[in-house]
Design a protein around this ligand. Structure first.
Ligand code: SF4
Length: 458
């Protein structure tokens, strides 16, 4: 990690000349350029001054020079949309807990009304040495976020009885193409620690919350879904939690998979784990698809504590052998020098492990709300992921790579995937109709993603 003393000196020097707010923008640019180029921040400043003395250079000149160096491929209109948030890094004396330590819970809370559910017994047996503290309601755990930013509640478990509102349509932006997806919330919080995880900006409780009453909820769910006749519907569990990371403990899959085996719905369990043992002997009726998010090995530090991509693909092969459909999400696609080769190799690895069971593949370039960056940078200062050329996308004000660079990457991914299987349903996640049209050259499944995906499910 970059020396704080160096950054503090730089900030002081610039603040004397430009004042606080302008200095924050310059520091952000210099910090990111130094990390991208593996150079010293003071060298970056010296180079940007181009022989002038700091006292003589104007702020706008210095900022423009730095912007061009930081975002060499952005057009002038995109340069205006870069987001130069103040740097918020942990001090050198603050230790981020090692990832190995992160999951064994150090505290367990249980709502009194959840005590008699089987999940309570399983959690107690798993960690008899950790006291299970009874509470009236999960809300009692709320604390100011700054107090739990470092470990993010990843060592606290909470067992709750959830109200029956665990299912809802996927909240796609209005300006992006929707894929008729429903979300089933089977928990909140995740033992894994991806640097880009949106929960870091969104989560408001310092705990991994597990509902104890999933069976009761499912009994109410079917009326709520309001399925339209003849419409292909998917329901997925991976919005606020990884679907299978804790399945060895929760055994949710043993409830979910048999429940959906004769429903007119396809259940998707999305994971970055290889935790599939519970699945292998379940009666799934062909209605459950096990899905993996995948990224090349070079980005494994961005997905801490998750199963290695090889392990995920081996797990996929075992699920294929057990008769499950499989799906893959290349999401987030991360742009970095030479990444096309890494993704090409990943597609090859995928098809080395599975083929016929693949029901759909999605592609989604890195995107994130601008508030995520502050939390992620504080928790994962070593991450490379925010050093790409992202800018605020007018589409929905999320940070994204430019449309041109996303389209190039998507086209290449589609080409690679179709080398192995021409008719695989491929869709884009959270993209505009214009990007869809450019990637798929206006093919007929535009706007009808559910039918397109259903082709792979027949
Ligand atoms: S696996 Fe998903 S939910 Fe878990 S940390 Fe990673 S992105 Fe977040």
């Amino acid at each position: 990690m970059m020396s704080h003393a160096v950054l503090a000196h730089l900030r002081e020097t610039l603040a004397e000349r430009f004042g606080k707010n302008k200095t924050e923008e310059l520091c952000r640019l210099i910090y990111e350029i130094a990390r991208r180029e593996e150079n010293e921040p003071l060298n970056i400043l010296t180079l940007a001054l181009e022989g002038s003395a700091l006292e003589q250079i104007r702020f706008t000149t210095l900022k423009q020079t730095l912007l061009k160096r930081r975002f060499p491929n952005l057009a002038p209109e995109d340069l205006k949309r870069t987001y130069l948030a103040p740097l918020h890094l942990p001090s050198e004396s603050e230790q981020i807990p090692s990832m190995r330590e992160l999951f064994k819970p150090t505290a367990i809370f249980i709502e009194k009304r959840a005590k008699h559910y089987p999940l309570a017994g399983r959690v107690m047996n798993a960690w008899p040495e950790v006291e299970m503290v009874e509470i009236e309601a999960i809300d009692e755990l709320r604390r100011p976020k700054k107090d739990w930013m470092k470990d993010f509640g990843k060592r606290t478990l909470a067992i709750s009885v959830e109200p029956f509102d665990l299912v809802k349509p996927c909240p796609c932006s209005t300006s992006t193409v929707s894929c008729n997806y429903y979300l089933l919330n089977i928990g909140y919080g995740c033992p894994y620690d991806c640097t880009y995880c949106y929960l870091q900006a969104y989560q408001n409780l310092p705990a991994i919350v597990l509902p104890a009453n999933l069976e009761e909820f499912l009994a109410h769910m079917d009326q709520k879904l309001e399925l339209k006749p003849g419409q292909f519907t998917r329901i997925g569990t991976g919005e606020y939690a990884d679907s299978l990371a804790l399945d060895w403990l929760t055994e949710y899959s043993k409830i979910l998979v048999p429940h959906f085996k004769d429903k007119a719905v396809t259940l998707e369990l999305k994971t970055k784990s290889d935790c599939i043992e519970n699945l292998l002997n379940l009666d799934h009726g062909g209605r459950t698809v096990i899905a993996w998010s995948v990224n090349p090995e070079r980005f494994c530090n961005e997905e801490k504590k998750t199963a290695a991509v090889q392990e995920r693909l081996r797990a996929a092969k075992r699920c294929e052998e057990a008769g499950y459909g499989t799906a893959f999400h290349f999401d987030p696609l991360i742009l970095a020098e030479g990444c096309e080769k890494d993704y090409e190799r990943l597609v090859e690895m995928l098809f080395d492990h599975v083929n016929e069971s693949i029901r759909w593949i999605s592609l989604g370039a890195l995107r994130f709300h601008k508030d995520l960056r502050r939390a992620a940078e504080y928790r994962h200062p070593e991450s490379q992921i925010f050093l790409g050329e992202g800018r605020l996308d007018p589409l929905d004000e999320k940070m994204r790579y430019t449309a041109d660079s996303r389209i190039r990457l998507y086209r290449e991914m589609v080409r690679q995937i179709q080398r192995y299987r021409q008719n695989t349903p491929i869709y884009l996640c959270m993209e505009s109709p214009e990007v869809w049209r450019s990637v798929f050259e206006g093919k007929p499944y535009q706007g009808k993603i559910d039918q397109w995906i259903a082709c792979g499910s027949s």
